[in-house]
Design a binder for this molecule. Structure first.
Ligand SMILES: Cc1ncc(COP(=O)(O)O)c(C=O)c1O
Length: 387
């Protein structure tokens, strides 16, 4: 069987020409493509400003630092995410306070937020995981009256909507990311999006070694970084943004293809989308039903890989990563995250995935799941079925 990768960027002649045009000029950084890309990103988020940077992680770092979060502060966030969302808090010497997730949306569970507040809480950093927006009304209803800052990690959700509002527009600022597995890619890249002119100006300065707008090249007003995104990356991003709506539609079709092909497999649960949400499909993550464990999930991943099918365990909980454990977190701290995290299977997901490939993945998954189920006597519903 042909190999099917987990992810694959969607690059056309439009992108190739756009990059080549930049290469025919002498301006490879800080040129016209940067503001052009930023205007498209601000529009996509429905906010006034976008500050493009060279990764989603850099965007999150500028968000945390730009909002004045530092040593002694606590930031409430989720353990079920890519590691960078919690790391951004650590970069500034603040403490991530992890809160367990909603078992359906897999996002930070707002019902658990209040219990995590302390006098040191400075901000909430919630993630729109897998392209499903967090429950922003509930989060803002708790954060706003207390004067907490709110950061939206929308690195996986450009183009998603929550109650009609665009991902990236919630809280004080949002972050997008453009690694090649994302809905749009710049190779590497990210952006901070915000309505605040002050925060945008600060982020622009920190992105460029603390320089001021229009200031001398060797004058540095504050501590800054090199988080600049080159004109080559920005040109690629502009071309991708012009195709964003088409690509999101295509991703929704692929997700629907999977839903149809996988709905007969009893042992798995399919991704959930809340009724008031428009997904921006980033990945297609199914999970083995409750009662299955990590050993069976890992056996399914191994079986798929042996057939050349790309797959992954999105996400291994943040608090169980070695350096988080060294900070004191333990297995059992976040039961929902751990239970979900040991049963997830991210399947190949990209725009060019064909119906035939979806069917091949579904067939291989059904076989792998049946093998895993048969290998384990202790699955409650299987035992019941056999008795
Ligand atoms: C939720 C989340 N936050 C942050 C990031 C970091 O983005 P990047 O890999 O561009 O630094 C990612 C990307 O993988 C992500 O999925």
């Amino acid at each position: 069987m042909e190999a099917i990768p987990l992810a694959q960027p969607d690059i056309t002649d439009l992108e190739r020409r756009a990059v080549e045009e930049v290469l025919l000029t002498p301006t490879l950084s800080l040129g016209p493509k940067l503001p052009e890309f930023e205007a498209l990103l601000a529009e996509a988020a429905g906010v006034r400003h976008a500050v493009a940077v060279n990764s989603g992680t850099a965007a999150l770092h500028l968000a945390v630092r730009g909002l004045g979060i530092g040593p002694g502060d606590e930031v409430i966030t989720t353990p079920f995410s890519f590691i960078a969302s919690a790391n951004a808090v650590l970069f500034e010497g603040a403490r991530p306070v992890l809160v367990d997730i909603d078992p359906r949306t897999l996002n930070l569970d707002p019902a658990r937020l209040e219990a995590a507040l302390t006098s040191r809480t400075k901000a909430v950093l919630a993630v729109d995981v897998f392209g499903h927006p967090a429950d922003w009304d509930a989060i803002e209803a708790i954060a706003r009256p207390r004067g907490l800052a709110v950061i939206e990690d929308s690195c996986e959700a450009i183009g998603a909507r929550y109650k009609g509002r665009r991902a990236g527009s919630f809280g004080d600022c949002g972050a997008f990311a453009f690694y090649p597995n994302k809905q749009i890619t710049t190779g590497e890249g990210g952006a901070l999006v915000t309505d605040s002119g002050e925060l945008a100006a600060l982020a622009r300065s920190m992105r460029n070694q603390g320089r001021s707008a229009g200031g001398a090249w060797l004058a540095h007003e504050r501590l800054g970084y090199n988080y600049r995104l080159s004109e080559i990356n920005c040109a690629l991003g502009v071309a991708q943004m012009h195709r964003l709506e088409d690509m999101l539609r295509r991703r929704a079709e692929v997700a629907e293809g999977y839903r149809a092909a996988l709905s007969a497999i009893d042992e798995i649960e399919l991704p959930y989308a809340a009724p008031d949400v428009e997904m921006s499909w980033f990945v297609y993550v199914v999970r083995l039903r409750a009662g299955f464990g990590q050993a069976q999930r890992d056996a399914v991943l191994a079986s798929l890989r042996a057939k050349g099918i790309g797959c992954s365990n999105y996400f291994a909980p943040i608090h169980l990563q070695p350096f988080y454990r060294a900070m004191g977190w333990r297995p059992g701290d976040f039961p929902v995250t751990e239970s979900v995290g040991e049963r997830t299977i991210a399947l190949p997901f990209f725009n060019a995935l064909s119906r035939r490939q979806i069917e091949a993945v579904a067939e291989a998954l059904a076989e792998a799941v049946a093998e895993a189920a048969a290998s384990q006597e202790s699955i409650p519903h299987k035992r019941a079925a056999h008795s």
